[in-house]
Design a protein around this ligand. Structure first.
Ligand code: FES
Ligand code: FES
Length: 189
């Protein structure tokens, strides 16, 4: 017997995507496999590493702990949504490049999205706040020093930006209500 499916419209990086998927399809799998947005990485698949972090109505969530149907009606922002149309780097990406905040890069999409969520809440975090803010993301390469420096640098670049910074300044809010906001699991922090 074939698995039942549901039709869902996912609003990802400002564009609607109509998909038909099983109710238990994870948001991480829907993004990567149904929409081809492979910038969202999947590591542990059970909420530990944070590399699958995306923004849901501006809030970091672990997409491996969130059902895709629970994101119906929400504004989903993935790492692909950070890049400006002119091909330049988003300030948070620029900061990670400036500070060598990555090596293999596997964890980086999650750190970028977590940093966006952190700076949206707290534009000028101190050292403890930065470390606490990224505590839910694991990196197996860098030793974290450069990532911490990158978050501070990102705060500087965002504060210096002349235009609103996507995913940081006034995070995108969805026009409609989410079907069940209480089911969006796994805060990225
Ligand atoms: S893949 Fe590790 S928290 Fe989601
Ligand atoms: S840069 Fe390799 S896991 Fe973080």
């Amino acid at each position: 017997m074939s698995e039942p499916t549901v039709d869902v419209t996912l609003m990802v990086n400002g564009a609607p995507h109509e998909v038909t998927l099983p109710p238990r399809r994870l948001l991480s799998d829907a993004l990567r496999h149904d929409l081809g947005l492979t910038g969202t990485h999947v590591g542990c698949e059970h909420g530990v590493c944070g590399c699958c972090t995306v923004l849901l109505d501006g809030e970091p969530v672990r997409s491996c702990l969130t059902f895709a149907v629970a994101a119906r009606g929400a504004a989903i922002t993935t790492v692909e949504g950070l890049n400006p149309a002119d091909g330049s780097l988003h300030p948070v990406q620029q900061a990670f490049a400036d500070c060598h905040g990555l090596q293999c890069g596997f964890c980086t999409p999650g750190f970028l999205m977590t940093t966006c969520g952190l700076l949206a809440e707290n534009p000028d975090p101190d050292e403890d706040e930065v470390r606490e803010g990224i505590a839910g993301n694991l990196c197996r390469c860098t030793g974290y020093q450069n990532i911490v420096a990158a978050v501070h640098r990102a705060a500087e670049l965002v504060s210096e930006a002349e235009e609103p910074v996507p995913a940081v300044d006034r995070p995108v809010r969805s026009a409609g209500l989410r079907a069940d906001p209480g089911k969006a699991e796994g805060s990225g922090r």
